[in-house]
Design a protein around this ligand. Structure first.
Ligand code: 9WN
Length: 438
């Protein structure tokens, strides 16, 4: 038996704050990792703001204002904002070539795809516990139009058929880039004529902890198509060889719409539009993505018109969103999360592997194919609390803090022994440590 790991909350909070401070680039944005990710990422920034809000609200608000500077004229909130120009991170802004779109923002460089809409959720959490409600409401009022335009863009550009579910056009948009649920749709992407490029993601991280080359090549091929199409969303929706209604993205969209509705109500803004969308989406999500046979939520491939039956951690995010019924929650928890062949410790020590352990593609140290990610643990923990599974939620919180205490603020962790993988000095691991301890 190995020694039990003793958590020192005060020391961990101090170290987490130090990581966020060290990753702060000139007070403008906080980079996701010390070396690997030197720009501002969309959902990372939302979590960073949430963590910062516990000790420095003005800086948290600044983080959000900086992210919103990257917003496109049509409302799209891109996945990366390059406030500081190019770096050793690839793709660089001159690879994205966003000037090909009439909607690109002026005076700021960004990517041309999106990431899961977590921002409204973090803004609501920050607002609800604000000591100065009035000042906080003033901030919400300031950014509400941008949040509204972002969500409206998703509801329209990415769901032109009004299905209630929004589509992603690139695995990077899911935030869980090489998850097993994208293997099948990525096989259907045939990367003909890939432009010349050089992978830079092994400069600071081991190659066997990153996506394999066949995937990376397709990541680049897709970007090349989108830029050739001038980032025209109608063309992208009609022609992108990758078009998926993702479990995690749609669950977070649903939660974010609920959170934005709550903010709208407090501001005295209209809410009917939200109610209509939420009702349609709740139905569509469960009708299309829930499998009664497996007791799991899956993703849906719009190109092949097929459900993607891969068991990965995204299946639990509907708990965070409040999309599951009590009965669905019970099946997710009892048949899967607590199942030692899939997610529960046994052979592994830590919750929550990002891929079920009995999934064909499970690899305990490769990126989104098995390692534990603190963002997922936090969402699963919050989801379990919502459905009354307090003990299991507490176990997952303990596991998360143990991982950080044992191996530092890493991007992800090996579920077998808790050793760290990926990027070092990882900001959302620090931000969520603060969130879990404060
Ligand atoms: C591509 C920054 C981002 C996270 C994503 C994570 C990883 C980028 C990459 O890093 O993706 O966007 O280069 O691998 O998958 O969730 O936002 O931390």
């Amino acid at each position: 038996m190995s020694e039990p790991i003793v958590i020192d909350p005060d020391a961990l909070i101090e170290q987490a704050r130090a990581i966020l401070q060290a990753n702060d680039v000139n007070g403008i944005f906080i980079k996701p990792g010390t070396y690997q990710y030197p720009h501002q990422w969309n959902w990372d920034a939302a979590l960073v703001a949430l963590g910062l809000s516990h000790f420095d609200r003005p800086r948290a608000e600044q983080e959000i204002r900086s992210l919103l500077k990257g917003q496109w004229k049509d409302g799209m909130l891109p996945h990366v904002v390059y406030h500081n120009g190019a770096s050793d991170y690839f793709p660089t802004p001159d690879f994205w070539q966003i000037e090909r779109s009439p909607n690109a923002p002026e005076g700021v460089l960004t990517s041309g795809i999106v990431q899961p809409p977590l921002l409204a959720t973090c803004v609501r959490l920050m607002h609800e516990r604000a000591p100065d409600r009035e000042a906080s409401l003033a901030f919400v009022r300031e950014i509400y139009p941008a949040l509204y335009r972002w969500h409206r863009w998703l509801r329209t550009a990415r769901d032109p058929e009004n299905t209630g579910l929004v589509a992603i056009v690139h695995p990077w948009e899911s935030g869980t880039d090489n998850a097993a649920r994208f293997v099948e749709p990525m096989i259907r992407v045939i990367p003909t004529r890939v432009p010349a490029y050089q992978r830079k993601d092994f400069l600071h991280v081991r190659e066997d902890e990153r996506p394999i080359q066949a995937e990376y090549q397709r990541f680049i091929y897709l970007i090349d198509l989108f830029r050739q199409w001038g980032y025209d969303q109608e063309t992208i929706y009609a022609r992108s060889p990758f078009l998926v209604q993702d479990t995690l993205f749609n669950a977070l969209m649903y939660r974010a719409q609920r959170d934005l509705r709550a903010l709208a109500a407090e501001l005295g803004e209209p809410t009917e539009e939200f109610d209509e969308w939420l009702a349609t989406t709740r139905y569509a999500f469960n009708a299309r993505l829930w499998s009664e046979e497996h007791g799991l939520y899956f993703a849906y491939d719009l190109r092949a018109r097929r459900v993607l039956e891969e068991n990965g951690c995204a299946t639990f995010i509907p708990l965070f969103a409040g999309l599951a019924s009590e009965r669905q929650a019970r099946r997710l928890v009892e048949e899967h999360l607590r199942n030692p062949e899939e997610y529960a410790p046994d052979g592994t020590r830590y919750y929550v592997p990002s891929q079920a352990k009995n999934n064909l593609f499970f690899e305990p140290r490769r990126y989104w194919r098995g390692p534990v990610w603190i963002i997922i643990n936090w969402m699963v923990m919050e989801g379990l609390r919502r459905y009354g599974y307090h003990e299991l939620a507490e176990t997952i919180r303990q596991h998360s803090l143990e991982l950080v205490q044992k191996s530092g603020f890493m991007e992800y962790y090996d579920p077998r022994d808790g050793t760290g993988c990926g990027a070092t000095g990882f900001s959302w691991t620090a931000a969520l440590t603060i969130e879990m301890l404060a």
